[in-house]
Design a protein around this ligand. Structure first.
Ligand code: HEM
Length: 500
């Protein structure tokens, strides 16, 4: 009896101590707007039950979109959510965002990205220092310095043969679709083209290698973005070593073959790889920046560039095709530009791509409305940090939902309307800084941005030159997106195409 009483008192004291600790933690954010937390025995959970409910109600939404909803509802520029012991600050404040995104010493990416993309259970995907998910310490900085030149103009110029080849292969397959005249999902073919662009032009894969391993690489990319989203939403159940998530096994089965293949590829090309001038040679040199990095770290970045390089561009191209198919006047203008630039030729050179100004405007507008990367995260590394008079304790976690900024009516006229003219050279100067960031900005921006734009312009220009694309489901006036770590068209992009 006495023992039970003792246990009860201990439990009560622990409960009080936990609540006092949480009360102290939450007080540190009392100067930031928040939502009321219901007074109940579960007060210590904060907004977590409500967030869980929203995640369950919207299983197809990305985490960033779900928390972005809080932002909209609050009507505040900056709002804090109390999630058990964690406080998550959501901000759209243009006086705070520049500092968050440009000061890489004070603000790293959140560790959760490394925990989900780096390792899924015991399966290594991007590891501890993969360029995308490394929070951003000295190793990341040294690597990025070495890898940045991978995407200079002189390298991009050398990719043109590869880019033309990818476009040619795509046109060939699409011709068969045009001949049969049936509706089909073009995004599958764009996935393949995006994969070929990064593997041919970035990693010197041969056509045979792509034919043999392309499906496995595409599967890895898809599984990684889907499953890491599951982990992102359930970090606790995933970290639990006894947790039997079926996703862990699926993840392993998808990632392991590509790691093995990258290892074999690296062994086969040996020292030759370093002397070349492509993405892979920069990855190898980048991983020489510290003695602590091994061959496994090179493989991490091999996977980072494969996955980051194909998912994003293929999604963007699919959305651009959908917008084009719904906006015939835009399509006509794009086709006129392409005709002008190509003339009678089948291939274009690097200088020609710079002339595809309108196609680039279409890509930029598609990225504004349906950009695959919907936001970013940061975590404060220093005590006494204050931005524009607002103080943030060390460890503060931030989410910046780009998605909300891209359709904010304070910065965009008729934000829901697809209008490439917003990005005409004359209109670009009207865009408010930090309201358009599909490739992020600052030191953690997208390293592959110029590669992506070049690739998308070459591929889209070839589609528009050869085919008339007609939407097969015009009654669907919006393109439904499915939220993983990135967002992608939920039901693909169903079209019919006709040869011109
Ligand atoms: C439309 C295409 C693309 C979009 C919209 C896009 C978007 C982004 C965004 C928003 C980030 C920052 C992510 C964050 O803050 O967590 C990022 C980072 C990154 N992207 Fe891209 N990306 C695209 C294409 C590519 C391509 C083609 C490559 C590779 C060839 C690539 C490689 C990377 C890498 C390695 C990083 C991490 C950079 C670092 O943190 O140092 N991306 N991308």
């Amino acid at each position: 009896m006495f023992l039970i009483l003792k246990m009860l008192v201990l439990f009560l004291l622990s409960y009080i101590a936990l609540n006092l600790y949480l009360f102290w933690k939450r007080r540190q954010y009392r100067h930031i707007a928040s939502f009321p937390i219901p007074i109940s025995l579960k007060w210590f959970m904060g907004h977590l039950p409500n967030l869980r409910m929203r995640i369950n109600q919207a299983p197809e939404e990305n985490f960033m979109q779900i928390v972005g909803e809080y932002q909209k509802e609050s009507g505040e520029e900056t709002v804090v959510l109390a999630l058990f012991t964690m406080n998550l600050v959501l901000t759209l404040d243009l006086r705070i965002i520049p500092k968050l995104l440009t000061d890489r010493i004070t603000f790293h990416k959140r560790e959760i990205l490394k925990q989900t993309l780096g390792w899924c259970g015991k399966t290594r995907a991007f590891g501890n220092h993969g360029l995308l998910s490394d929070p951003g310490g000295d190793v990341w900085a040294a690597k990025r310095r070495i890898m940045d030149p991978a995407f200079t103009r002189s390298f991009l110029r050398t990719t043109m043969d590869g880019m033309n080849k990818v476009a040619e292969r795509l046109v060939k397959v699409l011709n068969t679709k045009a001949e049969c005249g049936q509706a089909f999902d073009i995004s599958e073919f764009l996935d393949r083209a995006a994969f070929e662009a990064i593997s041919f032009c970035g990693f010197n894969w041969s056509e045979e290698m792509a034919a043999e391993h392309g499906d496995a690489a595409l599967k890895m990319a898809r599984v990684m973005v889907q499953l890491t989203a599951v982990v992102f939403k359930n970090p606790l159940s995933f970290k639990n070593p006894w947790g039997r998530l079926p996703e862990k096994e699926q993840f392993k089965n998808a990632v392991q073959p590509i790691r093995d293949l990258s290892r074999k590829h690296l062994e086969k090309i040996g020292d030759k790889a370093v002397t070349e001038n492509n993405v892979l040679s920069h990855i190898i040199r980048g991983n020489d920046c510290s003695d602590d990095l091994t061959m496994e770290d090179v493989i991490d970045d091999y996977n980072v560039f494969l996955v980051a390089g194909m998912e994003t561009t293929s999604i963007t191209m699919a959305c651009a095709v959908w917008f084009i198919s719904m906006n015939p006047h835009v399509y006509q203008k794009a086709q006129a530009e392409v005709k002008d630039v190509f003339g009678d030729r089948d291939q274009i050179c690097f200088e020609d791509v710079q002339k595809l100004v309108y196609i680039e405007m279409i890509i930029k507008e598609s990225l504004r409305l349906k950009g695959p990367a919907v936001g970013t995260t940061r975590q404060c590394q220093s005590h006494g940090t204050s931005i524009n008079g607002v103080s943030f304790p060390k460890g503060t976690k931030f989410n910046v939902p780009y998605f909300n900024l891209h359709v904010d009516s304070r910065y965009w006229k008729d934000p829901e309307v697809f209008d490439p003219e917003r990005f005409s050279p004359a209109s670009m100067k009207n865009i408010v800084p930090y309201t358009y960031m599909p490739f992020s900005t600052g030191p953690r921006n997208c390293i592959g941005k110029n590669f992506a734009i070049l690739e998308m312009k070459v591929i889209l220009a070839n589609i528009f030159r050869k085919f008339v694309v007609v939407n097969a489901t015009p009654q669907e006036t919006d393109l439904m997106m499915l939220g993983n770590i990135t967002i992608r068209p939920k039901n693909g992009v169903n079209v019919r195409i006709f040869t011109k």
